[in-house]
Ligand binder design. Structure first.
Ligand SMILES: [Zn+2]
Length: 256
């Protein structure tokens, strides 16, 4: 099983062991530094993910892949400095994507940084993991789609996360992969319960990746993906559908 979107550096190291025991052998951790004020903060953060967490994960039986990028929650003043070195990080064997990138409040700066990172992903032919906003979603997501189309990045290399019934159609029309973020405690738009996820899967088929988006900001469960798989099994989904959703789809789109 693959948890295709996490923030493992914000979690206790024991989570790796819990995940491995539950059969989650592969995890993607996305860079996310709330309130990063300087490029140094983000570059140190990337180094930590690549040099420390990949090894910690391995020691606990998990293959950890890293996505590096500038999250809209923490755009440093000198973000251009980060963009200059991003390409070098993307060459690293454990780095599989640009991410987590996207737009949240919808500021001009967020759109600018999002666009520049999509251009880097396009130029390096590397996947991108995209955050979708919680508020003012319809309008902001439409503008995000516009940006993606403008950049002409390969839509097949995009995982668009926190998908919900409001945006799944548009993601599929674009030709990208919607990622379902499963959260039983305090679900919200884009952070959905197992039942809601199962109903989306029933409607669209096994076109999604699954993730916990575990962090230390919102209530989250390191076993979200494993529990989702159990729920799907109990709900009568086939072994093949479950294998695609919990493993194959993420391998394909993130080229793991
Ligand atoms: Zn996230």
């Amino acid at each position: 099983m693959i948890d295709a979107h996490t923030h493992m550096d914000l979690r206790p190291i024991e989570d790796f062991e819990l995940m491995a025991n539950a059969g989650i052998g592969v995890v993607v951790t996305c860079s996310f530094y709330l309130g990063a004020s300087s490029s140094h903060t983000l570059l140190d953060h990337y180094n930590q993910l690549i040099d420390i967490y990949v090894i910690r994960a391995k020691e606990n039986g998990v293959k950890l892949y890293v996505a590096v990028g500038i999250h809209p929650y923490g755009i440093p003043r000198d973000y251009e400095e980060v963009l200059k070195t991003l390409s070098d990080y993307l060459e690293h064997e454990d780095v599989v994507a640009v991410g987590e990138i996207g737009v949240d409040s919808g500021s001009k700066l967020e759109f600018e940084v999002f666009k520049k990172q999509l251009e880097i992903a396009r130029d390096q032919n590397i996947p991108a993991v995209i955050h979708t906003p919680l508020r003012n979603r319809g309008e902001l997501f439409a503008k995000c789609l516009e940006t993606i189309r403008e950049v002409e990045t390969d839509p097949q290399l995009l995982v668009i996360d926190h998908a919900d019934e409001d945006i799944v159609d548009e993601i599929l029309v674009l030709g990208s992969t919607p990622g379902l973020t499963i959260r039983e405690k305090q679900p919200s738009t884009g952070r959905i319960t197992q039942e809601k996820a199962a109903s989306l899967i029933k409607c669209y088929g096994p076109v999604f990746t699954l993730n916990s988006d575990i962090n230390n900001v919102f209530p989250a469960d390191p076993l979200s993906v494993a529990k989702m798989v159990h729920h799907l099994r109990q709900s009568g989904f086939s072994d093949e559908e479950i294998e695609i959703l919990s493993d194959r789809k993420a391998r394909e789109v993130l080229k793991l």
